[in-house]
Design a protein around this ligand. Structure first.
Ligand SMILES: NC(=O)c1ccc[n+]([C@@H]2O[C@H](COP(=O)([O-])OP(=O)(O)OC[C@H]3O[C@@H](n4cnc5c(N)ncnc54)[C@H](O)[C@@H]3O)[C@@H](O)[C@H]2O)c1
Length: 265
């Protein structure tokens, strides 16, 4: 018996990183999972991995910047598994530069994916979740940067703070359907997102990751100021998301869970 038996979940940006680990836990706990990414190869591989572990999964390549794509994604859940119970808005990106030097493209890409993308998925999911006694879950992935700010991340901070505003608004709007809406704010999670930029891969026309010095500073803070001392593993991050998906979390709504191991309080 799994704790998510019979549930259907969509997790955006789940071809790798935190999203993929979340999909793994959800599937292990009995949920049917729709993997989403812009990269088909990693999405297909994630489905294979989940199925190899006995899970049920499908994938949908969709760029959540477009509402029509987000609609296609939510429809995949309903076509493949009959309904939509849990939406995890996880897809995200950063493009770091000091505010005075930031280009319009850098600003817009981050706002389009992190903020508008999340809004698009909420709009697309509303068709299936705004139902009497639905009882579902929306879990939006924010960041401590949205709460505390961070040098070089004015676009990212605005997007992640915006996600918190959206979370609280949607929590109020959807409480009548029994749908809880919460955000999870991470610190430093060890994924492609925080890899050393020069050694990393490209996405949306630029290398992903952060400069080596910035990574060293982040690793040092995570080593000295968190409960287990080190970067958050994708699995630890996914476990925090999973907690909010449980039936037992039905009274928790409109919250921001600071899942940083104590770095941010
Ligand atoms: N890694 C960290 O330290 C950290 C800290 C705080 C918050 N977060 C947030 O956690 C989330 C997941 O990050 P991660 O560390 O797993 O990063 P990641 O880069 O490993 O994974 C993100 C995934 O999202 C996908 N994606 C990007 N744009 C997309 C789009 N438009 N449509 C669909 N998919 C898209 C990417 O292809 C990628 O597979 C992000 O929202 C990020 O902002 C990460």
């Amino acid at each position: 018996m799994g704790t998510l038996d019979g549930k259907v979940a969509v997790i955006t940006g789940s071809g790798r990183g935190i999203g993929k680990e979340t999909a793994r836990i959800f599937a292990r706990e009995g949920a049917s999972v729709v993997i989403n990414d812009v990269d088909e190869a990693v999405a297909a591989e994630a489905v294979k991995d989940l199925e190899a572990e006995g899970g049920t999964a499908a994938y949908c390549v969709a760029d959540i910047r477009q509402l029509e794509e987000a609609k296609k994604l939510m429809k995949t859940a309903v076509d493949e598994f009959g309904k939509l119970d849990i939406l995890v808005n996880n897809a995200g990106i950063a493009r770091d530069t000091l505010a005075g030097r930031m280009s319009e493209e850098q600003w817009q890409l981050v706002i389009d994916i992190n903020l508008t993308g999340t809004f698009n998925c909420i709009r697309a999911a509303s068709k299936y979740m705004m139902k009497k006694s639905h009882g579902g879950r929306v879990i939006n992935i924010s960041s401590v940067v949205g709460l505390a700010g961070n040098m070089g991340q004015i676009n990212y901070a605005a997007s992640k703070a915006g996600i918190i505003g959206m979370t609280k608004t949607l929590a109020r709007e959807w409480m009548r359907y029994g749908v809880t809406v919460n955000a999870v704010a991470f610190g430093g999670v060890d994924t492609r997102f925080t890899a050393v930029k020069d050694a990393s891969e490209e996405a949306f026309g630029e290398k992903i990751g952060i400069p080596e010095k910035a990574r060293e500073g982040m690793v040092e803070r995570m080593e000295t100021q968190t409960i287990f001392g080190g970067m958050t593993t994708p699995e630890q991050a996914a476990q925090c998301i999973y907690l909010l998906a449980l039936d037992e979390a039905s009274y928790i709504t409109g919250n921001v869970l600071n899942a940083t191991g104590g770095l941010y309080m």
